[in-house]
Design a protein around this ligand. Structure first.
Ligand code: SD4
Length: 328
């Protein structure tokens, strides 16, 4: 397998750039993570906790109907129903909450937080998740926008595979406060036109998100099937535990997955962000074009991630029937 091409910003990051000098630090996926980060930072500056910041930032993205892959406006499943996935995690106490395939609730990230704080459980799914949300005072509302319905109708007319190339817009956000505590959250409508009930990496602890208060935090975006078969975010954190810079840990995780997976690096379509306890940060994707947002007092910017393949971000993935190529 032909490994690997790195773009220069990625290499520079891996060699030591990417260090917050003030806190809180928030890092999230994609350029739309920047306003989410900035709201998160303001929330903490106004006296909120790190988790309050993560929740507030992700809620901003969930409420943006122009984002076709998170919250309202998210593209629906095969049957035209928007099913959302989210999780939240705090390093201190190693607590987590999540919801998957929840319908009719605008802010799954806040329901995930309620699961963490109000129940002895970690993950609620489907009808049970919705019933819990309603019990907690969340109101039900339609999430399928006219634009998303139109896209779904076009897809129905084509009867193509679940769409995996358009909406790489999941938000994963990770943060570090001045006391050295970490937290994170992740929210998505998942792959467009997925089978009803399909759950990706995003709400699964260790896959779409992982926070370890001794080491760091990581989050993922891309084709969930290619992350959750490898415990992707957990692996990033474990590589940081071994001493790697967050960006090098993201790169090494993708190399590991690309080595094992029949799809190979060009067709995995996965991306990771990471921060460590010292405030260093980085990101890597299989293809070119994955950007991430980094915000801390005095600085807020969108950065290029390292890329391991010259293919652009796009997607198709999942379990493959037969290994292809050498050593697979
Ligand atoms: C999923 N990882 O459900 C999500 C989709 C995504 O950018 O991240 N899109 O597989």
């Amino acid at each position: 397998m032909a490994l690997l091409m790195f773009n220069p910003p990625g290499l520079r990051g891996a060699e030591g750039e990417g260090q917050a000098t003030q806190f809180p630090l928030f890092v999230s996926t994609w350029p739309f993570g920047q306003p989410a980060n900035e709201l998160a930072r303001k929330t903490v500056e106004r006296g909120g906790s790190l988790l309050d910041g993560i929740e507030a930032g992700i809620r901003l993205t969930e409420a943006d109907f122009k984002n076709l892959s998170v919250g309202i406006g998210g593209l629906p499943n095969r049957d035209g129903v928007v099913q959302l996935d989210a999780c939240i995690m705090v390093g201190r106490g190693h607590q987590a909450g999540a919801v998957a395939a929840i319908e009719g609730i605008l802010h799954p990230i806040s329901v995930a937080r309620k699961v963490m704080e109000e129940t002895p459980h970690v993950l609620l799914v489907g009808q049970g998740a919705q019933d819990f949300a309603v019990d907690q005072g969340f109101s039900l509302q339609p999430l399928l926008t006219a634009t998303a319905r139109e896209e779904w109708r076009k897809w129905q007319a084509k009867q193509s595979d679940p769409k995996r190339d358009l909406n790489h817009d999941t938000i994963a956000m990770i943060g570090l406060d001045a006391a050295g505590n970490l937290a994170g959250g992740c929210s998505t409508s998942g792959l467009a036109y997925k089978l009803p009930g399909r759950v990706g990496d995003s709400p699964l602890i260790g896959d779409g998100l992982y926070v370890d208060n001794e080491v760091g935090a990581a989050g993922a975006t891309g084709v969930g099937e290619n992350v959750l078969r490898y415990c992707g975010s957990f692996l990033v954190v474990e590589f940081m535990r071994q001493g790697l810079h967050p960006q090098a840990a993201c790169i090494k995780t993708i190399e590991r997955i690309a080595r094992l997976d029949p799809l190979g690096v060009d067709e995995l379509f996965i991306n990771f962000i990471a921060i460590d306890k010292a405030g260093r940060f980085g990101a890597a994707g299989t293809g070119e074009g994955f950007e991430y947002a980094v915000t801390y007092p005095g600085s807020s910017e969108v950065r290029d991630s390292a890329a391991l393949s010259s293919r652009s971000v796009g997607a198709i993935g999942g379990n493959q029937p037969e290994p292809r190529g050498e050593n697979r």
